[in-house]
Design a protein around this ligand. Structure first.
Ligand code: ADE
Length: 247
């Protein structure tokens, strides 16, 4: 997948997109990141990329011209373009899955107060938010989006890292995990994980996921219960018990 990033702060990206799983995907050629400095497309002799808003108001607004020219440089017409903004639809797994199917994305990072609205209109940009709070710019949201999208692209995750196994996709939160030592400062790992009975362990994990989801995300729990999933008899018993009294 090719991801074009239009930003005034390209230096913010390399530390994040160059390391770990994303860095590996780029080296393997599965993920291609094209960083574009909007300022390079300014025709102003001081490389100005923003100006005061018409009609007054606080802060500066990203100019149409350098963004249009940057978009033209990557032949953006007709390509999927997103503008990271708290005004947009809040990202979720469904949206990330849709984006992971694209061959090419263009991500525009705003800064200061915003961008000239004509950019969004002309280039048919979809506004996307990473949550109902305001950040100083679109760079961090862009990195969040890229990370979430990239891990769904085939072969980005290695065998031991599974994309779809995360239990949140099944509608439940992940069960608790433990590793060595079996006892640490008197804190014990649940006994069931050592009995070698894989069916029992799977049921325990399911039960823990249900308990945690009910406690931490009652909204997801309600949705899960109403989703008419097909349960085995044993699972059904666990579900009924937890719906009734939580434990
Ligand atoms: N830019 C500033 N805040 C943002 C948010 N919450 N999501 C996406 N882009 C933003």
């Amino acid at each position: 997948m090719m991801i074009n990033i239009l930003t005034l702060f390209p230096e913010m990206f390399e530390p994040v997109l160059g390391g770990s799983i994303l860095g590996r995907a780029r080296k393997k050629g599965i993920l291609d990141i094209n960083l574009i400095n909007i300022r390079d497309f300014s025709l102003d002799k001081h490389k100005k990329a923003d100006d005061y808003p018409f009609g007054g108001g606080a802060g500066m607004v990203l100019l149409a011209e350098p963004v249009f020219r940057a978009m033209e440089s990557i032949k953006a017409q007709g390509k999927k373009a997103l503008f990271m903004s708290p005004r947009g639809q809040v990202l979720n797994h469904q949206k990330i899955k849709e984006l992971a199917n694209e061959e090419e994305l263009i991500l525009l990072c705003g800064h200061y107060e915003g961008v000239d609205e004509r950019i969004l209109d002309y280039w048919n940009m979809e506004e996307v938010s990473i949550g109902d709070y305001v950040l100083t710019g679109g760079e961090l949201p862009t990195m969040v989006l890229i990370d979430a999208v990239a891990r769904l692209i085939p072969d980005v995750l290695a065998g031991e890292e599974s994309a779809e196994e995360e239990s949140i996709y099944s509608g439940l939160l992940e069960y608790p995990q433990y590793t060595k030592p079996r006892e640490y400062r008197g804190l014990e790992v649940p006994e069931v994980l050592f009995n070698g009975n894989h069916k029992l362990i799977a049921l325990w994990k399911f039960e823990q996921s249900l308990i945690l989801t009910k406690e931490k995300r009652p909204d997801l729990f309600e949705k899960y219960i109403k989703s008419e999933k097909e349960f085995t008899k044993e699972e059904q018993k666990i579900v009924q018990r937890i719906v009734k009294n939580g434990e």
